[in-house]
Write a protein that binds this ligand. Sequence first.
Ligand SMILES: Nc1ncnc2c1ncn2[C@@H]1O[C@H](COP(=O)(O)OP(=O)(O)OP(=O)(O)O)[C@@H](O)[C@H]1O
Ligand SMILES: [Mg+2]
Length: 434
Amino acid sequence: MTAAKMKWTCGLVPTSCYKVADEPADLLHPSSKPKKPVSTQTSFHRLSLSDLSNPNSTLSEDLSISLKGSNLHAFTLAEMRVITQNFSSSNFLGEGGFGPVHKGFVDDKLRHGLKAQSVAVKLLDLDGSQGHREWLTEVLFLGQLRHPHLVKLIGYCCEDEHRLLVYEYMPRGSLENQLFRRFSVSLSWSTRMKIAVGAAKGLAFLHEAEKPVIYRDFKASNILLDSDFTPKLSDFGLAIDGPEGDETHVSTRVMGTEGYAAPEYIMTGHLTAMSDVYSFGVVLLELLTGRRSVDTTRTKREQNLVEYARPFLNDARKLTRIIDPRLEGQFSEKGAQKAAALAYQCLSHRPKTRPNMSTVVKTLEPLTAFDDASIGTFVYTAPPQQQHEKPGYRPRTPPPRSPVNRQSDSDRNRRREVHKNVMNSPLHSGVRRR
Ligand SMILES: Nc1ncnc2c1ncn2[C@@H]1O[C@H](COP(=O)(O)OP(=O)(O)OP(=O)(O)O)[C@@H](O)[C@H]1O
Ligand SMILES: [Mg+2]
């Protein structure tokens, strides 16, 4: 499947809703910038943030016209109030870095032709860490990309300083909530693999688009689940166009979430699609173990999931010790071995030896079956990096099994000491700590 293409033409812009500049201050207070018309672009390609980032120009296109082919609705603030019953607390779904999320409802009484459906409305917290840039990035990417494994953006609101996003409602919330919430029913093996395959397909679609996209924020809380557990990627605020032509990577300020961001990206700021593959490996580990990527309630040695789990992944006998006890043994052993070997490869320190997302999809697809016989014989081939990565590696005695799901929601806000020096450099000012 390829990205939906659309034609965009010059139009009028809502007065406070225009061009992204490099300085965050300009983004957060766009009305302080002089409004200049930009050159008309009529080419038939996906409009991206870089198309709008000429510091000498402002985005004068009305997004509702620019993104016409996407059928996005540009709602007014008054309409948003109707949709969410004035952001009533009874409709509150949760809150992340962007701001609060409320459930709402739209139908054609609100806008002609609008399908009657539940929606989730994200409201930018004007005092929060994100701003106009993340909002615009999200509108541009999700407004133009359509895929069964990407959450559908229905519309947006851009009025004065207010920025909102309206998505299809995902009844089962985030994978994070389903996997780690203390009183949630445990996800079955097949469901976990279904989620892994679907999310992998979403990433593969982004990486293989005509104009490739690096998602940059792949994590359990950004994978939303439909009523039948079909996963969809949400939160495109950090997404970025992939390298073009002869470029091998994109150089950026490091942004993302601790515990999921690839080590080479954290160290150098060099971003490739393989950074997403690493993050996918982390989520695959979370699905296999039922443990969070970073869990400060555990003993020091078990706090970082990747470091803790890596030695178990290539040993069939040891692997069962780290499989989520909430599965109560109801999983395919061969499937778990294959998935663990795949996670190991995705988490390689050498980005070039990580598999691409299409390979990940192909490897995972047969694993949704619970029946070992249907998965076939498992043959693990140790990737060459094994020797390079762990010189003198000795298998460690596995730690005693700890109870899962001890982490409370407040842990999300706890600061971690790991990588402290690196993380505190200006290059890393965008890394979110959990
Ligand atoms: N389309 C949606 N349908 C249903 N629930 C949603 C939807 N979008 C977000 N939510 C819920 O809203 C809450 C906040 O989501 P949000 O994406 O803003 O933050 P987050 O992913 O938890 O954190 P972060 O800021 O790090 O991405 C989550 O609990 C999520 O399940
Ligand atoms: Mg999110």
